[in-house]
Design a protein around this ligand. Structure first.
Ligand code: AMP
Length: 549
């Protein structure tokens, strides 16, 4: 095959820089707001490529980043893959042992690190043989006090602003990200040039996260987490203006970037938007530039969608996974639903949504059969397509468990309604199997958290001799809660919505629900620390099975 015909990332940038040389890239850094154009960006990525060559990075080598969202991190996004090397974004929020494991497993040669994260990386690297032979570049124009590292500006300084970009094969690995498993070591996912190219094109469609050249795109989702959902690539393909919110942005920083830079589309996890909502409620902030707010990573609460609707901002609820590059579904409203009333539309928009073009799915129940698309039956979601990996890096054990004939078994348990909208009801490992049927822990948690006396709730399955598992609720009451009557009130609430066999056998009170490094409830820790068979043995009702309903 002649060179240059494969599906690779570089032409997206080539086009953007040629056709839109003056389009802006804006970045909040330690030094304040920095801005330059696509044309200057393109020069700098050539300088970085030359610097990487001189350092000795070769095709197939892995280059790590340990950074927040800013223009220098974005420079690695195009430069590293386009010389044929592989960009490995490392999550700085992971515990040191995971960072050591990841760096060793990926065999990183060089790591780019933010000044504010250098102390954390230095801690992880101290006395850790996994870091032997790895050099550091600090994303700054000066040295770091915490780490022996070359300043980035010195690293690229003096290098040429042109580069002989090689014609790459689309199967060349271009990116890499580890997924933090709830058990065991993190699992590496490699993104080939073709996967990233496909993800860019699939998300650019009207069914994805569509962007145009007059958009101002602000990825709040970290660039260390699956390429900030691919947005830096998609925004470049669209030749949109980029806005990067920098190190640990708080709601005030985000609100002012939206206002001052005219952000039209932004994306992040629900907790980020809850913070922004509170800030906007209490301050005079103009959100009028904002057209679209993408919410993913965990479920978008309906109240959030309503809040933004009232301010003229369309919430797009999206679902994805590290293994999928990552976007899988987006809850766009089908045109046939446009005539429906607001509440019916909201029912659909609050689900995880419709598969983006290019993917296929199956939903498989316990008996290995596909479930009906009726919004009721649930099973595990399987997906496949050009953006979905078919293996974990150097982990045949995990690969065997999670993949079958090119399908990724997502571990998410879902329903699909008649229109094809998926709704996540649980993680496969968290769904509670009682008397041969499944109980959604997430549904029970949401129902319990709707009680005003509850600030957090997690429901886990506790082993039970007769029923296999029974649900137990772990609840953090609010300070104002009347705890004497809380048990009964919660049970009344659940009784009104759910069959008897779904009701928890016990409600236990905690000061705090244990969380994972990404802020999700750690069901594993709850099970390990608190769930004890005696919680259910004493109380399990005789009719704790669907047959007795
Ligand atoms: P990660 O690979 O770390 O991005 O985590 C992927 C997992 O996050 C998925 O398998 C889901 O369990 C969860 N997730 C992602 N997006 C959503 C969403 N919109 N609603 C509920 N869960 C989500």
């Amino acid at each position: 095959m002649p060179g240059g015909t494969d599906q690779t990332l570089r032409p997206f940038l080539w086009r953007a820089a040629k056709l839109y040389p003056d389009q802006e890239i804006v970045s909040r850094t330690h030094q304040g707001i920095e801005r330059y154009t696509y044309s200057e960006y393109s020069d700098r990525i050539a300088q970085l490529a030359n610097a990487l060559d001189e350092y000795g990075i070769e095709r197939g080598d892995r280059v790590g980043t340990f950074c927040w969202n800013h223009h220098r991190h974005f420079e690695t996004y195009f430069s590293v893959p386009s010389i044929g090397a592989q960009l490995h974004t490392i999550n700085p929020l992971l515990p040191d042992e995971h960072i050591q494991y990841i760096v060793d497993n990926a065999d990183d040669q060089l790591i780019f690190v933010d000044p504010s994260l250098a102390p954390k990386l230095a801690d992880a690297a101290t006395d850790a043989p996994e870091f032997d032979g790895i050099d550091f570049v600090v994303m700054d124009d000066r040295e770091s006090d915490a780490l022996d590292a070359t300043p980035y500006e010195a690293f690229i300084d003096g290098h040429g602003t042109t580069y002989e970009w090689p014609d790459l094969d689309e199967t060349q690995p271009a990116g890499m990200c580890y997924t933090s498993g709830t058990t065991g070591n993190p699992k590496g996912v490699e993104y080939t040039q073709k996967m990233l190219w496909s993800h860019t094109m699939m998300t650019l469609t009207p069914q994805g996260l569509p962007m145009e050249d007059d958009d101002v795109v602000m990825p709040v989702v970290p660039m260390f987490h699956v390429n900030a959902w691919g947005m830096p690539f998609t925004a470049t393909a669209a030749a949109a203006k980029h806005v990067y919110p920098g190190p640990s942005p708080d709601p005030k920083d985000l609100a002012h970037l939206i206002e001052n830079e005219g952000v039209t589309i932004t994306a992040g996890v629900p907790t980020v938007w809850l913070g922004l909502m509170e800030y906007v409620e209490n301050n005079d902030i103009d959100l009028s530039s904002l057209d679209t707010l993408v919410v993913g990573g965990s479920a978008a609460p309906e109240s959030m969608i309503r809040w933004f609707d009232n301010r003229g901002v369309e919430v797009l609820h999206a679902w994805g996974m590290t293994e999928m590059s990552p976007i899988g579904t987006v809850a766009h409203l089908k045109s046939e639903l446009e005539e429906e009333d607001y509440e019916t539309q909201l029912d659909h928009r609050a689900k995880q949504g419709l598969l983006i073009p290019g993917l296929e799915m199956r939903v498989i129940d316990e008996n290995d059969e596909e479930v009906a698309w009726d919004g009721e039956e649930f099973g595990e979601l399987w997906v496949r397509g050009p953006t979905v990996t078919t293996e974990y890096f150097k982990r045949p054990d995990a690969t065997e468990e999670d993949f079958e004939d090119g399908w990724l078994k997502t571990g998410d348990v879902v329903t699909v309604d008649e229109e094809g909208y998926i709704k996540i009801v649980d993680r496969a490992k968290d769904v509670i199997k009682s008397g041969g049927e499944w109980i959604s822990s997430v549904e029970l948690e949401n129902a319990i958290m709707a009680h005003e006396g509850v600030s957090e709730a997690a429901v886990v399955g506790v082993p039970h001799e007769k029923w296999q598992e029974r649900p137990v609720a772990f609840v953090v009451p609010t300070t104002a809660a009347a705890t004497e009557t809380l048990d009964e009130e919660i049970m009344d609430l659940l009784r009104s919505e759910y069959p008897k066999w779904w009701l928890p056998d016990a409600i236990e009170y905690l000061d705090e629900i244990p969380k994972t490094a990404t802020g999700k409830f750690s069901k594993k820790d709850i099970r390990d620390q608190y769930s004890d068979q005696s919680l259910v043995e004493a109380t399990a009702p005789e009719d704790a099975a669907p047959d007795n309903e």
